[in-house]
Design a protein. Sequence first.
Length: 208
Amino acid sequence: ALMDAAAGRLLMQAASSGDAEAVRAHIAAGAPVDFADATGSTALHVAVSEGLTGVVSVLLRGGANIDARTSLEGGGGTPLHLAILSGQPDIAATLIQAGADVDAEEFGSGKTPLILAAEHGLLSVAAELLAAGCDEERCDTDGFNAAFWAKHKRLAGWERLGGVPSARAPSMEELLLDLGQRRMAMVAVGAKLKPAKKAKGKAKKKAR
C-alpha cells in the first residue's frame, strides 16, 4: 500500500508537470492511475485543471476513471466539471467524446456540466453536451436550470441550440419549502437558530 501511494504521488507529479511520457512510463510500471490526494483529486483532475491535453489523453488511454469525484472539500466534481470550471472547452469536448457522464451533479450545488457551461459562457461545450444527450431539464439545488443561467449571464447564441428548454427558476412555494428544510436540517445538527428580537419597551414619556 505504501509503495502504491508513493507511485501514485509520482504519477500525479508527472501529470502536473505536463510530462506525458513520464506519465505513460509510470502507468506502464504499475502506478495506480486513480490514486487520489487528500481532496480526492486524481492525476486526471490535475491534468484537466491545468489544460494538459496530452497528459489527459495518456491517462484516459491508461484506464483513468473519467468520472472520478473529488471530495466535497475539493469541490465534489468530476474531471468534466473541472474542465468547464477551468475554462478548458477542448478538454471538456475530449472528455464528453470519451464517454464522461454528461449529467453528473456536483456535490452540494447539484450543478450539471450543462448548467456550468451556461453559467461560464461555454456555448461550444453546451452544444457538445446536448449532442451527447444530456438532460437539459435538470436543475441545481437552488432550482435553476441551464437556460436560466444562460439568460442570467446573457449568453449569446443559447437560443439557437436545439432542444433547450425555457428558463426555470424556483417558485415562491419551492423557495419557502427549501428554507423550511434548511431550518429543519440546522435544528437536526444542533444549530441554534437566533431567537426573534423582543419588542422594545415603551418609550419614556416626555417630561412636561
